[in-house]
Design a protein around this ligand. Structure first.
Ligand SMILES: [Ca+2]
Length: 250
């Protein structure tokens, strides 16, 4: 009997469309659209000249609500390789963004801890990014879960290289049990060039944030059957519809 290999693809319906939406789900979507942004100064519009230790050596003003991280040996004075500043000429919204200008290879991030997240709830993190001549590993953002100490890594965005106009990068997450703090870190990882971040929002999200299959590769005989079980996160999501498709109908 001929053996066939099958690729299994799973598509999730992240949004419902048009007239198929019952009135109560429409109400949920509207409520979601009005969700509260959990970030402080995700717009980088608020600045202060009262800097904390993290910003020492950086010309003020600096953004309210944000810390700065430059590891020793990668851009810290006196061997400075990067300038971090509010940029009033380039922004996605309002009149400012945060700019990392790495004139030599740097590792650098700004960071914010959000303590209003709730374990078991799901969130969508949206970040606008612009790059100019970025080399190295790239510009992205990462997230980390904490309670009194680090619990683990949350989702991270794709890494951008080269020159790209404002691009929306977003991730979805369900806060693990025991986590009381989410750290959000726009990042330039071991590279050169300019990267801007702006218009960052973290909002509650009602949809699926993850899917894992109990098996992802197998061989089967033609006309045989096999069961694949998806596990969705969060487990109590209201809409658990999974759409299956095949790249080979034979
Ligand atoms: Ca802005």
């Amino acid at each position: 009997m001929r053996k066939v290999s099958m690729l299994v693809a799973v598509c999730l319906i992240f949004s419902l469309v048009g007239s198929y939406i019952p009135f109560y789900e429409n109400a949920i979507l509207k409520a979601e659209a009005a969700a509260v942004n959990q970030m402080t100064n995700g717009s980088f519009e608020q600045s202060t000249t009262t800097t904390d230790a993290a910003w020492s050596g950086v010309a003020s003003p600096v953004p309210v609500g944000w810390g700065l991280w430059i590891p020793t040996g990668s851009g810290k004075a006196p061997n400075k390789t990067v300038n971090v500043m509010l940029d009033r000429a380039t922004y996605h919204e309002g009149s400012k963004s945060i700019l990392f200008d790495a004139f030599a290879t740097s590792r650098v991030s700004v960071n914010q801890s959000v303590t209003t997240v709730t374990a078991g709830k799901s969130y969508r993190l949206k970040v606008w990014v612009k790059t100019e001549n970025v080399t190295g590993i790239g510009a992205y953002f990462r997230t980390q879960y904490y309670n009194t100490s680090k619990v683990g890594d949350g989702p991270a965005s794709a890494k951008l290289l080269g020159t790209k106009d404002w691009t929306l990068q977003q991730v979805f997450m369900t806060i693990p049990a025991g986590v009381t703090k989410l750290v959000i870190e726009p990042f330039l990882e071991t590279g050169k060039g300019k990267v801007w971040f702006d218009d960052i929002s973290l909002e509650e999200y009602n949809g699926i944030t993850g899917i894992v299959l109990d098996q992802t590769a197998f061989s089967m005989a033609k006309n045989a059957s096999v069961s694949i079980t998806p596990t969705l996160t969060p487990a109590n999501a209201a809409d658990q519809t999974v759409v299956w498709s095949s790249s080979d109908g034979q």
